[in-house]
Design a protein around this ligand. Sequence first.
Ligand SMILES: Nc1ncnc2c1ncn2[C@@H]1O[C@H](COP(=O)(O)OP(=O)(O)OP(=O)(O)O)[C@@H](O)[C@H]1O
Ligand SMILES: [Mg+2]
Length: 444
Amino acid sequence: MLRTKKLAKPLRDPVTFAKKLLGWTPHEAQEQILRDRAKNLTVAAGRRFGKSECMAVSAIHYAIAHPGSIQFIIAPTYDQAQIIFDTIVRLLSRSPLIQLVDKVVYTPFPKLRFLTGSIIHARSADKPQNLRGHKAHRIILDEAGYIKDEAVTNVIEPMLADYDGDLIKIGTPAGRNHFYDSFIRGLERNEYYSSYQFPSWVNPHISREYIERKKKEYGENSIRFRTEYMAEFIDDQNAVFPWRSIQACIEEDIELLEGRTHAKQRFVFGVDVAKYLDYTVIIGIDIAQEPAKLIYFDRFQRLPWGEIARRIEDIHARFSPQAIVVDSTGAGDPLLEMVQHIARGITITGGTAITQQGNITKVPKTILVERLAAAIDNRKVIFPNIPELINELKYFEYVRTSSGSLKMEAHEGMHDDCVMALALAVFGAFHEPSLPDIDEWPFF
Ligand SMILES: Nc1ncnc2c1ncn2[C@@H]1O[C@H](COP(=O)(O)OP(=O)(O)OP(=O)(O)O)[C@@H](O)[C@H]1O
Ligand SMILES: [Mg+2]
């Protein structure tokens, strides 16, 4: 008989569990997924990454580690659900854990019960009504991108309500739906939301030649290759900053500075001030040469005004910049009061024209963002690979409002503080803030 004591150690770590008890060694990316305990875990991975096998292992580990637990594996079609279920049965049949299996049934739906009371169900999402009435501690959606939004919100998510259960979505991207929304929400990674993106070729068990052939066949930049093998959500029709343009502005080897290092440098800083739970972001660019270069990045949460003002004063002393532009909209107002001897205030409006009121310039958000978009499109500003900045740029969108007009904002669940701080810095590079066009920028 399998002793629970013998199980205690591998149970703590799903990777050890997989190796020791299932004879299955995850590749590095699968290790990351198995060890992530976020309540909402989202994984966008290319075809043949090893998504289904990894989920089979994850489900077994959870079932053994949580006696009495109920799990559902849900795939778009019955066949796909059956494949994972068969993998689970196959992995268990060659493992000492088989002694813990109570029974396996296939009709009306596949279901595996352990002697510990844990149950794993495999279902399809094509008839979501069959799922109503069930509750679960954990649900795994395989090929989540192909499961309809309505099935997820109306039927699948409520199944988790009784136990405040966990939801894992894994799959190859398929448009901008619930899978995409969860993916974005998890980019910041905390205990509630976490997400990953992996191309197919991180799976060492599939043929590299095959992938290379597909790359040639479809074209490296084709929508098909980028979606299926690179796991990108590439429908960027709504993107304010197209991915190609962002990519062209990333320079890995730009070094961030702690202060001025050369007399010729001309620094401009943008400060986007936190409202509610957002972050305050300070970005500095050096505009002495074209393209302008991001040389300072700071992002923080929940600091008192006095402390933020102290940081701005410190920047002023260390960099002696041309300009520091502070967002003084609403919450930013008290901060501007503290730093107005060294900084310029900008109030972001929903209007259409730039106006001046005392020492404050009122700037429509569209102008601020469009100037940044033009700078990025024309590679007038370059930056190192700062994940928070890059992700925010990537998922900053045009959104059509109910009245039909276009707004620009972060995708739901995503912040825009880095984008706005960079936009303020770029805007601050103007001598004359009311100049309308990028061609008239003094430095660019
Ligand atoms: N850790 C591993 N060790 C050995 N082989 C693995 C591992 N992970 C995946 N594989 C193998 O890689 C192949 C793809 O795995 P799997 O079917 O789980 O991928 P998938 O991402 O679900 O693919 P698809 O996109 O077709 O659904 C299979 O042959 C599988 O046996
Ligand atoms: Mg699969």
